[in-house]
Ligand binder design. Structure first.
Ligand code: KIV
Length: 290
């Protein structure tokens, strides 16, 4: 009987090199990511914006953590990812690196840090890799970013590409619509995917893309696809951690599955603490020094 990659991943006798839940003595590298695709093994990726949360995900065995510019909405209180700066990405990426031992850390290049062209992209990426200890960078765009990706890869910087819905273009898109619908748009997405692969990207995020198209891209490419709102056929799946854990207030996108209700848990803890203080129940004798 043959086993599926998913069965292998949950089998205690699995290949010790398996990406998810495998090696714990060193950091995951882009070579591990390539090997996982060759084995047909799926893997999870989460965003992280601080050392403590990153350490939780690292201990849980999440092999790749993205210090995403989604920090704009989820951590810094902005309306979108557009205002996020290089300094903000640098400080939080360094924190995530310090909080982890095993995960491959990908630092996002924020809006304005690479749109001027390949040379600006190289300057920004070099700064993030040198200052933060992250092992890779991510940038948005397919064909339009291919030249920049090639320059970074030639300089020794692993690049995760990001196509489909690219949130830094929210003002051009006029919101967050599904991408790649219709023949021409689908053909463009395939061209974008091939362009970033040819430029040397080690993986590519497909955001808000019809599942059938994401499956076709995944079959076509030899680098792994990382889906978000792109169906189940991608090689990997990424979620913004605050969405995944129920920390984000209000509605979350339809593609999100919430695995906890952290907002409720944390709010409950804060209310219990407040009541104890008001009632004089905290601090109790065991919390005091004499
Ligand atoms: O910034 C981010 O969190 C991202 C993911 C949604 C892929 O780009």
């Amino acid at each position: 009987m043959t086993t599926t990659p998913a069965q292998n991943a949950s089998d205690s006798s699995r290949d010790p090199k398996a990406l998810y839940g495998g090696t714990s003595s060193r950091r995951i590298t882009v070579r591990d990511i390539a090997a996982a695709k060759a084995r047909g093994e799926k893997w999870p990726m989460l965003t992280a914006y601080d050392a403590m949360t990153a350490s939780v995900f690292d201990e849980a065995g999440i092999p790749v953590l993205l210090v995403g510019d989604s920090m704009g909405n989820c951590h810094l209180g902005y309306e979108s990812t557009v205002p996020v700066t290089m300094d903000e990405i640098a400080v939080l990426s360094a924190a995530v690196v310090r909080g982890t031992k095993r995960a491959l850390i990908v630092a996002d290049l924020p809006f304005g840090s690479y749109q001027e062209g390949p040379v600006q992209a190289l300057r920004s990426a070099t700064r993030l890799i040198k200052e933060t200890g992250a092992q890779a960078v991510k940038l948005e765009g397919g064909e339009r970013s291919a030249e920049a990706i090639k320059l970074l890869v030639d300089a020794g910087i692993p690049v995760m590409a990001h196509i489909g819905l690219t949130p830094q273009s929210v003002n051009a898109f006029g919101g967050y619509p599904v991408q790649g619908r219709g023949e021409e748009a689908a053909a463009q997405l395939l061209r974008d995917a091939k362009a970033v692969q040819d430029a040397g990207a080690f993986s590519v995020v497909l955001e808000l893309v019809p599942a059938e198209l994401a499956a076709e891209v995944t079959r076509t490419l030899h680098i792994p696809t990382v889906g978000i709102g792109a169906g189940s056929e991608c090689d990997a799946q990424v979620l913004v951690w605050t969405d995944m854990a129920g920390m984000t207030p209000g509605r979350v996108p339809r593609f999100v599955k919430q695995y906890a209700q952290l907002r409720e848990v944390l709010g409950g803890a804060a209310r219990a603490f407040a009541e104890d203080v008001v009632d004089g129940a905290y601090p109790a004798p065991e919390h005091a020094f004499h």
